[in-house]
Design a binder for this molecule. Structure first.
Ligand code: DGL
Length: 286
């Protein structure tokens, strides 16, 4: 395998800033990889837009990342895009390794002691045929309580440029988290309680503290960032496209982020969650 492929970036995309939660884990797991991240904020949220739209955006973005950045693999850091479009994406671009993100029902089912698991995700994800298959595959012995969280990803997008103590979107986030978790049932570790909550949307990782405050210290909150990062490593190793990791000579990976929405919002998110300066971000037409 030529070293130029090994130096090519891994593409990562989401409807907006949610996939930065996956990117954090990718950078931890693969510190020598180059990454290019695309936030399709100009078209977010995907969860309430319907399958046809999400499929079209996913294919357009994958082709763009291939043509403009020669990505060697693509992480679809969005549950909604994965459930709606990953099969078409793999069929349309068979040479591109694609790593998708799906709600972690399997680990939740095997770790829950009360056998009652809450799942929060977008409307698009919970209504998808793929999610239904996943649920059926692991529901033997586990009662999954599922809630679509309309408006939550949008409020998280809006919050990135606000002050966490006083911003109106933070107030909305608190209210939505409370309403949606209450709708799932009682949380705790006693018989009949939900003892595990699956975050089925990459945006929700950024409101984990709020969820923890609402649900208490004993509830297990599961997201998929770290397993996806390990899966990405496995795929790169299998394809012999992993960046050079030899201790002293290996350079640190580079990262650039693009957005189809307001540049200032991506810059604020990159600073808040990745400690990156504004020069790492650029705007693209929607
Ligand atoms: N972050 C996305 C997900 O994991 C979707 C949020 C949205 O655009 O609705 O599903």
């Amino acid at each position: 395998m030529s070293s130029s492929i090994q130096a090519s970036p891994v593409g990562v995309f989401d409807s907006g800033v949610g996939g930065l939660s996956v990117l954090q884990e990718l950078r931890r797991e693969l510190p020598h990889e180059n990454f290019v991240y695309l936030a399709d904020t100009g078209n977010a949220p995907y969860g309430e837009r319907g399958d046809a739209f999400v499929k079209q955006r996913t294919l357009t973005i994958a082709r763009h990342l291939l043509q403009e950045h020669r990505i060697k693999a693509l992480v679809v850091a969005c549950n909604t895009a994965t459930t709606a479009a990953v099969a078409e994406l793999r069929a349309a671009l068979p040479d591109l390794p694609v790593i998708g993100v799906e709600p972690a029902l399997k680990p939740a089912a095997s770790s829950s002691q009360t056998h009652r698991v809450g799942v929060i995700a977008t409307r698009g994800t919970v209504n998808s045929a793929r999610f239904e298959q996943l649920r059926q595959a692991f529901s033997d012995g586990t009662d999954f309580r599922v809630q679509a969280c309309d408006g939550l990803a949008r409020a998280i997008e809006r919050s990135v440029e606000e002050d966490p103590d006083a911003g109106p979107s933070f107030k909305e986030i608190r209210e939505l988290c409370e309403r949606y978790t209450r709708a799932l049932g009682s949380f705790g570790v006693r018989t009949g309680d939900i003892d595990t909550l699956v975050l089925g949307c990459t945006h929700y990782v950024f409101v984990k503290d709020e969820l923890r405050r609402l649900l208490g210290p004993d509830v297990h909150i599961i997201d998929t960032g770290a397993p996806i990062a390990r899966q990405t490593r496995r795929i790169l190793v299998q394809r012999d496209t992993l960046a050079n990791e030899d201790s002293d000579k290996a350079p640190a990976g580079r990262l650039h982020l693009y957005t189809t929405g307001p540049l200032s919002a991506l810059q604020a998110a990159a600073e808040r969650w990745l400690q990156l300066g504004p020069g790492h971000c650029s705007a693209l037409p929607a």
